[in-house]
Each structure stands twice: as C-alpha cells, then as structure tokens.
Design a protein around this ligand. Structure first.
Ligand code: XMP
Length: 319
C-alpha cells in the first residue's frame, strides 16, 4: 500500500542499498527539496552524508543563518558552509540582462560547489532533490526545439567531471508529496511549507544591476511583507510571495519634507506547479497595512505597488 510512511522506509532501504558504505555529498539551498533529501539521507546513512551549502549572498534576510542552525546545530549533519557572496557580487557587477545574471550565477555556483565538493575527498555520490516534474521536463525537452523562456540552473556536468553517481530519492514525487515526506520525517512546518525560491535568488528580483545596498534594501522590504503575510495566516494559501526592488525613484512626502526614494513591487501568486499562476487577491486593508509598514520601516523606499499580473502572460518572477 502507498503511504508516506511506507515510502520513507522503502526510500531509506533503497539509499542504503545504492550507496553502501560510500560517502555522499548533498548540496543544500535552504529550499524544501534539498532539505528533505538531506534529512532523509541523514536518517538512512548518518555520518556518511556531507552537506555543502554554497551561500551566493542572494538569499533572503536571515536565511543563510537558518540553514546552518537547522542542519549543523539541530540535525548535527556535517555541513560545509561556504560564504561566496563577495565573489558573486564582484562577478555580477554591471550585469543587467536577466539571462546573463542566471548564467553568471549558475557558472559560479558550479565552480564554488565543485571546489568545496573536492575537499570532501572520498565522495562517490551526489544527492539531488530532483522531482518527478523535473524528470518529465528534461525528457520532453529532448523531443524537439523548445523556447527557453528562462534557463534554470543546476549542477551541470559536475557529476561526470567528479565521477559522482547520482542519488535522487525524490524522483517519483510531486512537490506536495515532498512536503508530506518532510512532515513524515518530523521536519518543522515552516521549513516543509516554505515557498519555492529561485536558484538565482534575489538577483532576479532586482531589475538592473545588483549591488550590496540594493540587496540589503530588498531584504528589508521582503522581510516586512512576509512578516505581515505570516501574521495574517496567509502564507500557506500562497504559492510564492516576494518583493521586487524597482529601478525607479519617485517623489513623496514625509512629515514636512519631500522624499525622492525608490519604489518596490509586491508579488503573490497561487499555483499548483509554477507553470501557470494567478495573482493573489489580498484584501485591500492588508495591502494598505503592508505599504504603510514598509514605508515607515524601510528607509529608502517611499512607494509600494502590488503586481496583479497572472501567468501567462506574465511570469512569476520579474526577470
Ligand atoms: P517563472 O518566473 O518562470 O517562474 O514564472 C516559475 C517558477 O520557477 C522559479 N524560477 C526559477 N527557479 N532558477 C530556479 O531555480 C531560475 O532561474 C528560476 N527562474 C524562475 C520561480 O521562482 C517560480 O517558482
């Protein structure tokens, strides 16, 4: 019979059978899929698991610390945390084209990950959070020409170069099943129910070039927005919610003075797979409250807009 408990036991047996006594490397991103893979592998093979977390400096407020706290401190999983934000920011300087941002980030990510993975030395396997829709998508892409709307990054040719075999215990699962598996494994709800987050992170939520100052500003806006969403208990009704820092300055009034600061956009969508999406119909008073908080609390922002574009014709991200 097919229950998550039975799946868990079968997956653990299959992992043990596949890897034997070998060491396994698992890349952590802070997202649901790689987190569930890591916890599942830890249960299956314990200390044979070595996690690698490449921090590109494009995560949300406090997220890198959360990853370290959860995996190293809570689960006691061996974790290499490589803060590569300086390198990423340096290479991204002046890059404005969305696809160029993705390519730059993807290339650096593989380089840094590979360098860290090599230090692990005797690893024979690489664990990945590949889901069933990823399997289907990569098959259908071989069928004929398809238009790449946005290239998504992964670890590229790294398994071949490093002679690593893949461990992909989530290959049969859809996203909601991965969440159910995470719950079955006893993972905290706020980790399991976390919204999807793109590999290139906040870089594709800042149209134009990326600087540390802009990233800091966006992180603050995003944190206030998500705090209000959680307080209103709306987080789990939404597929993804995030803020975008607009490359526009507008005039405002604050007290007796005139301001000339940046504008931001808020986005929230419902979806089942990210392929299509509807904008989320927040109550107006919610939007008003968030806008007031952002402008009061985030110095440098004086205008807030809400994106009411669905997908298609829009995409979920702005880039
Ligand atoms: P779009 O913007 O194409 O996004 O409607 C669909 C889903 O994919 C995520 N996304 C990405 N994920 N690398 C990723 O790993 C990317 O380059 C990327 N671009 C978009 C997006 O957050 C949404 O969940």
């Amino acid at each position: 019979d097919w229950t998550m408990g039975a799946f868990r036991q079968r997956a653990i047996a299959a992992i043990r059978e596949q890897v034997g006594k070998a060491r396994v490397i698992c890349g952590l991103s802070g997202g649901v899929d790689s987190s569930v893979v890591a916890v599942l592998l830890h249960e299956a093979i314990g200390e044979q698991l070595q996690c690698v977390f490449v921090d590109h400096g494009l995560l949300r407020l406090g997220e890198a610390e959360q990853v370290v706290r959860m995996f190293r401190d809570h689960y006691n999983i061996p974790l290499i945390h490589r803060d590569a934000s300086d390198l990423f920011l340096k290479e991204l300087a002046g890059v404005t084209d969305p696809e160029q941002k993705r390519k730059t980030i993807g290339r650096l990510f593989i380089d840094v990950f590979e360098a860290e993975a090599k230090k692990v030395g005797d690893a024979q396997f690489l664990a990945q959070g590949t889901l069933y829709p990823d399997v289907i998508e990569s098959v259908s892409f071989t069928g004929g020409p398809s238009v790449t709307i946005k290239s998504h990054h992964n670890v590229g040719g790294l398994p071949e170069r490093m002679h690593l075999k893949l461990v992909e215990p989530l290959r049969e699962l859809f996203k909601d099943e991965v969440r159910a598996l995470g719950r079955e494994l006893g993972m905290p709800a706020d980790m399991v129910n976390r919204h999807p987050f793109p590999g290139p992170g906040l870089a594709i939520r800042i149209p134009g070039d990326i600087t540390r100052e802009k990233l800091d500003l966006l992180r603050q806006v995003d944190a206030v927005y998500l705090d209000e969403i959680r307080k209103s208990a709306l987080y789990d009704d939404i597929w993804q919610a995030f803020a975008v820092l607009l490359p526009v300055r507008t005039v405002g009034v604050m007290g007796d003075g005139r301001t000339y600061d940046q504008a931001c956009a808020l986005r929230a969508v419902t979806s089942t797979d990210g392929m299509t999406a509807d904008y989320y119909p927040f109550p107006h008073e919610f939007l008003g409250r968030v806008a007031t908080r952002i402008i009061n609390e985030v110095r440098g922002i004086n205008r807030v807009t809400y994106d009411i574009t669905s997908k298609p014709p829009g995409t979920i991200e702005w880039e």
